[in-house]
Ligand binder design. Structure first.
Ligand code: SF4
Length: 491
């Protein structure tokens, strides 16, 4: 029996046919943590919005494939002008077209919707496969298009979907690939007939266009740790080492393909050195910190579809901050915070409270300050009356990450990373009050974004519970910064 090829299977096979083979024969080896649920949710919200791009439409209900195909057939025969999720099958090949414009009973236009802001190569394969299926069914595909998000769009009032989306005609490229589709489908079917596991090697394709969830499985025979555990090394450098047989940390320690900080990770791992501390550099850095001293951390979310006036697709919208502060060195640690309620634009209230909470000309620390500074600049742009105060905060921010990023302070447990999620447990390995795993509901920035986005549809009880989780999470972020600063102060 012929192996059925859907458009998503086809695109997976374009990346690597072994993905399909393993999904069929060893699905448990797949690490689903590579699948980002927020990205999938965004894709479906954007897809739903795009259905209305050409006026009235009929959506083929999702369900039994046979029913979807016969419903589509009837709709096309009835010359329904716009069909969403129009579904087709021929010779074991299946596709659902995001938006199908029916020009005649045998002439159509295809529109594939993507929640990205540009056209990627893999989209050509996706569209080419759909054209191929329709051509085989006898349809003339007059044009083949990618509908993606226009990142220049700024919402002002009602969402304008014609401005929000950009339509790019890729007909020529998709048509040129038709012969490849036929060849690829044959190759996929032949490949899937293999009864023993194919021996395709790992390579850059494991991370492009998408990170493959089988990477842990396919690299299982490598020594632990190995080149793929080196933090901060480029994928191309990792595979250069790999192809030259330089894989284990022992091998890597004698090669010259990595950077100085990467060798620090390797040496500490191999020789279990005591923590490396560059006292002079850290003391010099600490001179930038003065009192009153503030510790600031933002949480944000990135709606693909702008929710508020004067915001763009995927703009980082800050909805929360935590602020610990010390008036004087020996003062009691105090705390302030802000967390917006869902449903309203959080930016004005947050900016006003931030200006009220952080006085002018004080030292504020952030961990990875590029993020906090970027959000403050954004707020200063849209609220000119608060600009001077916001930019004063911005200009007085000191980045607590620097001593770790520059590896002035490094120990083995940091695993080459300078993210606070690695630095904190490395500095305080036995302190449960600093362990993010002990939090409920929200344990990282991604979960915080997702939680806030979801709050818009929660009941009041759930909103209150989620607010508690968010406040505890963000509060721990700045408390952790205080502890890190205290540690650096001891040096
Ligand atoms: S990890 Fe790489 S080699 Fe293994 S299935 Fe995925 S893409 Fe293919």
């Amino acid at each position: 029996m012929k192996y059925n090829v859907s458009k998503s299977r086809y695109c997976s096979a374009v990346q690597c046919p072994k993905i399909l083979w393993l999904k069929k024969n060893n699905p448990d080896a797949f690490d689903s943590s590579v699948m980002n649920k927020a990205v999938l949710d965004t894709g479906s919200a954007v897809g739903d919005l795009a259905m209305g791009l050409f006026g009235d439409y009929i959506e083929v209900p999702f369900g039994d494939l046979g029913e979807m195909i016969s419903t589509t057939k009837h709709l096309v025969e009835a010359r329904t002008p716009v069909i969403a999720e129009a579904s087709f099958s021929v010779d074991g090949l299946f596709c659902s077209v995001d938006i199908l414009k029916v020009l005649d009973s045998d002439e159509v236009e295809l529109y594939e919707v993507k929640s990205s802001t540009s056209v990627h190569d893999i989209y050509y394969h996706d569209a080419a496969f759909q054209c191929y299926v329709l051509n085989r069914l006898g349809y003339k595909v007059k044009s083949c298009n990618i509908v993606h998000i226009n990142n220049q769009y700024e919402r002002c009032g009602e969402l304008d979907i014609h401005e929000f989306f950009t339509v790019e005609d890729i007909t020529t490229g998709a048509m040129l690939m038709q012969r490849d589709v036929a060849t690829n489908v044959d190759a996929i079917r032949e490949y899937m007939e293999q009864t023993s596991e194919p021996c395709d090697d790992i390579g850059e394709h494991c991370f492009s266009p998408y990170s493959c969830g089988f990477f842990g499985y396919c690299s299982r025979n490598l020594p632990t740790p190995n080149i793929f555990d080196v933090a901060g090394a480029r994928t191309s450098t990792k595979f250069k080492c790999y192809r030259n047989g330089i894989v284990s940390f022992e091998d890597l320690n004698t090669c010259d393909l990595l950077s100085g900080s990467q060798y620090k990770q390797i040496e500490h791992e191999l020789f279990d050195y005591p923590p490396y501390i560059d006292t002079e550099s850290i003391r010099g850095f600490m001179k930038n910190i003065s009192f009153p001293l503030y510790f600031l951390d933002f949480e944000s979310f990135q709606p693909a579809i702008p929710l508020y006036d004067h915001s763009h697709p995927f703009e980082q919208i800050v909805f929360q901050y935590s602020l610990h502060y010390l008036e004087h060195e020996d003062d009691e640690l105090k705390h302030k915070e802000f967390l917006a309620y869902p449903g309203e634009d959080p930016r004005r209230k947050l900016a006003e409270q931030l200006c009220a909470d952080i006085p002018l000309n004080v030292c504020t620390t952030a961990y990875n300050m590029g993020f906090e500074k970027g959000r403050i600049r954004g707020l200063a742009e849209i609220f000119p009356d608060l600009r001077d105060h916001l930019m004063n905060i911005h200009d007085h921010i000191v980045d607590l990450m620097i001593p770790f990023q520059k590896k002035w302070y490094y120990c083995r447990a940091m695993q080459g990373s300078y993210s606070i999620k690695y630095v904190l447990p490395a500095l305080f390995p036995n302190d449960p009050s600093l362990d993010y795993h002990n939090l409920e509901g929200v344990h990282n920035g991604g979960e915080a974004s997702e939680a806030f986005a979801k709050m818009a549809t929660m009941t009041e009880d759930k909103i209150e519970l989620m607010r508690e989780h968010l406040l505890k999470y963000c509060g721990l972020d700045t408390y952790a910064m205080v502890k890190v600063w205290e540690k650096l102060k001891e040096i």
